[in-house]
Write a protein that binds this ligand. Structure first.
Ligand code: BGC
Ligand code: BGC
Length: 716
């Protein structure tokens, strides 16, 4: 359909039909089994007609079911307007990839694009049209359980990966390419900064900070063409994002030029009542619609009140029309008017989902996301090393991580299974090992196996439910039983290699004495294979932390791009009156951008093509990186900048570019970056982004801490 035809369709719709388009309900409403239906239906007090005509759904899946629901919908819909099927496909559909925080550690947009593209393929064939991804909330507080859904603490890395996700999901021709699905970037905005890391808590930051660090991720996804934006649960300067006209109309629509659909997060329209900015459902409906929310997810304020609000002249019907038009346009962009089943295909479904190729990609990508934090020359393991694999993670299939809806643990590979393929010399405990309260027998067995072996892989961490939505923690250390286990194992065998499954950065001080530490995150379906590839060295680890690991939770929030303060510790480390703690350092234990490999890289000969630059010029910064170890590997060369004196105090460093280079042993390569005026811009006190004249420090290295530096001068 063209624009005229869509407008024409809109003009034939009754007000009721239009209002129903703005309602989104979960799969249970469309289930053909009665028990599933009753709970949510009675709570929302919707008429059967509203349910039948609600314009979009959430969480229906499977080609057969998707077709059934669409058929039933079209049967009821007077104007033959098709239904959109949306769902949370966050890090894979059935083939589960590492959690997004781990994908961030790949520092590789091709990884994000591949994950999104395979997710789209599996989801589309199962009848889905839209995913509620990418989640690009910037995160600095590991207490927050949802850090796992983000790609980390840096806005440049987030923005780079956000664009890649959108490209992977949507491709270049969403309408005709049935293997693609539409992307919904979320949670707009700043949901990743709840005070104290407690989920849904207040966010409080300046507009300048919001624009500088938090908005670029969403903006990048929108510029890449994301069709939808989801609002966040939190307040933005006292006003809920879901009722925030400034955020949704002035910034999102007018400034960013977003033309797509805005959807509320689950229940967020009605939550403006407990937030304390609306007294009734009717007021909540008015506020959200006027602010620019098109679809109300899983509450019925719009459905109950919009008609009345229009009749009373409080809002105009044009506002509803505007939202309906956007939803119809999305339906048209998805090609649903021509083909309401879209990619749903029962025959292709079974051969596509969890295919050999997809599992291969999942293994490859998991390897690229696993971070080696410490290694006292004990890794990689040799095939003839006698290795015990013990601890709660050893035989666990709890490796998928939160938001792996269609993922099945029984289809995943445990570390034990992966390890057995790498070596015949592994012994694995038979007792079931609980993460919190392991049985005496399980502990004894682990200690005895450790005692008899040369090396021990102690698999620790968090089970899935400990991170994700509504899973904040105030203590981010390993569970007590695991710390006790570490000590007991260490007392019988010094060669302990700790691996962790985790959805957030942890305080790992309790296992500091390990000879090696590997952070596996939640690696997904191919977990055990990928982790074993890293442990036995058939893959040389290359991932870098997308989020800092603190020394202790007391340092949180902790992130690399801090301001200097007026009394920087570094200027006078022995002075009392400087910015520091009495009982821990200012620094992350393992900083952003950090990660080891089985080789090491030297950085030399940093050169600038010139040390002065004006507006139309560029400076080339080059550096020679050499592999000085024995194994070939991939290094992530990172470039940071500091604006030394500026109108607004700027961080001591900010990531501006990175490049991945493959280096054979002894090989060296010259890596060159180009600096132009755009890279020097930042958000000024007047909220506009531009650059200032003056001196800039440019830093290059393999992580955010260990950097070579030079200074140049910029004049406009
Ligand atoms: C989450 C969103 C998600 C939505 C739909 C909400 O609780 O915050 O991230 O997309 O549910 O499942
Ligand atoms: C303190 C002030 C104090 C001043 C003079 C500073 O270091 O921050 O509170 O008044 O010293 O003693």
């Amino acid at each position: 359909m063209n624009k005229k035809q869509i407008e024409n369709l809109l003009s034939q719709m009754t007000l009721d039909e239009k209002i129903d388009q703005l309602l989104q309900l979960a799969a249970a409403f469309y289930s053909d089994t009665a028990e599933e239906k009753t709970g949510p239906m009675s709570e929302l007090e919707l008429t059967q007609e509203a349910i039948n005509n609600a314009g979009t759904t959430l969480g229906v899946s499977g080609a057969k079911e998707a077709k059934r629901v669409q058929d039933q919908y079209l049967k009821n819909n007077r104007l033959n307007i098709p239904l959109i099927l949306m769902a949370d496909i966050i890090h894979g559909f059935r083939t589960i990839f590492p959690i997004p925080l781990a994908l961030g550690c790949s520092f590789d947009p091709t990884v994000a694009e591949a994950v999104a593209s395979i997710s789209a393929l599996e989801a589309s064939v199962s009848g889905l049209h839209v995913t509620f991804s990418p989640m690009v909330d910037l995160v600095r507080d590991p207490r927050w359980g949802r850090v796992l859904e983000s790609t980390g603490e840096d806005s440049f890395l987030n923005a780079t990966l956000a664009a890649a996700f959108v490209k992977g999901y949507q491709g270049d021709d969403l309408k005709n390419d049935l293997t693609k699905i539409a992307a919904c970037v979320k949670h707009f905005a700043a949901y990743g900064a709840p005070i104290g890391g407690r989920d849904y808590n207040t966010v409080n930051m300046s507009e300048r900070e919001l624009r500088q660090n938090y908005l670029p991720g969403y903006k990048a996804a929108i510029d890449a063409g994301a069709k939808l934006v989801m609002t966040s649960f939190n307040l933005i300067d006292g006003i809920p994002a879901t009722a925030n006209r400034w955020l949704l109309r002035d910034v999102l629509r007018n400034e960013f030029g977003f033309k797509g659909v805005v959807i509320s997060d689950w229940g967020a329209v009605k939550e403006t009542i407990p937030h304390g900015v609306s007294a009734t459902e009717k007021e909540a409906a008015r506020l959200a619609l006027v602010s620019g929310v098109d679809i109300e997810m899983m509450t019925s304020c719009y459905n109950h009140s919009l008609e009345e609000l229009i009749k009373e002249g409080i809002i105009s019907e044009e506002l509803v029309d505007e939202s309906v038009l956007r939803i119809l346009t999305l339906k048209n962009d998805l090609g649903l008017f021509e083909n309401p089943y879209r990619g749903a295909n029962e025959e292709r479904e079974s051969e596509t989902i969890l295919s050999v190729d997809h599992r291969k990609a999942a293994r490859d990508i998991a390897k690229r996301s696993i971070v080696l934090l410490k290694n006292n020359n004990i890794l990689p393991l040799q095939a003839n090393d006698k290795v015990a694999i013990v601890g709660p993670g050893a035989s666990s299939n709890d490796v998928l991580g939160a938001w792996s809806w269609q993922g099945k643990q029984e289809e995943s590979v445990s570390l034990a299974d992966g390890a057995k393929k790498c070596s015949k010399n592994v012994v694995i405990g038979k007792e079931k090992f609980d993460y919190f309260e392991p049985s005496e027998k399980a502990i004894e067995e682990a200690i005895s196996l450790a005692h008899q072996s040369e090396k021990v892989v102690l698999a620790l961490g968090e089970p899935e439910w400990m991170s994700g939505e509504a899973a904040s923690r105030s203590d981010i250390r390993l569970p007590k039983a695991q710390i006790g286990l570490f000590k007991a194992i260490k007392s019988v065998n010094q060669n302990v290699i700790v691996t962790t499954y985790n959805g957030r950065p942890l305080d790992l001080s309790d296992v500091d004495e390990a000879e090696a530490i590997i952070v596996a995150w939640f690696p997904g379906t191919e977990a055990g294979n990928a982790l074993a590839d890293v442990l036995w060295g058939s893959f040389n680890p290359s991932a870098r932390l997308s989020m800092s690991f603190p020394e202790s939770v007391g340092q949180v929030p902790i992130y690399y791009n801090v301001n200097n303060t007026g009394r920087p510790y570094e200027s006078a480390p022995n002075e009392k009156y400087v910015s520091k703690y009495l009982d821990c350092s200012n620094y992350a234990k393992y900083p952003f951008g950090f990660g080891l490999s089985y080789t090491s890289y030297d950085y030399n000969n940093m050169e600038l093509s010139q040390n002065r630059m004006n507006k139309d010029e560029t400076i080339l910064v080059s550096i020679t990186v050499q592999n000085v170890g024995k194994m070939a590997g991939e290094e992530t060369v990172q470039l940071y900048l500091q604006d030394i004196v500026a109108e607004v105090a700027r961080p001591v460093k900010e990531l501006k570019a990175f490049k991945k280079v493959w280096l054979e042993p002894s090989e060296s390569k010259k890596v060159t970056f180009e600096i132009d005026e755009k890279l020097l811009r930042y958000v000024h006190s007047d909220k506009t982004a531009r650059s200032d004249d003056g001196q800039f420090k440019v830093m290059i290295g393999g992580n955010s801490r260990d950097l070579l530096e030079k200074v140049f001068d910029y004049r406009n």
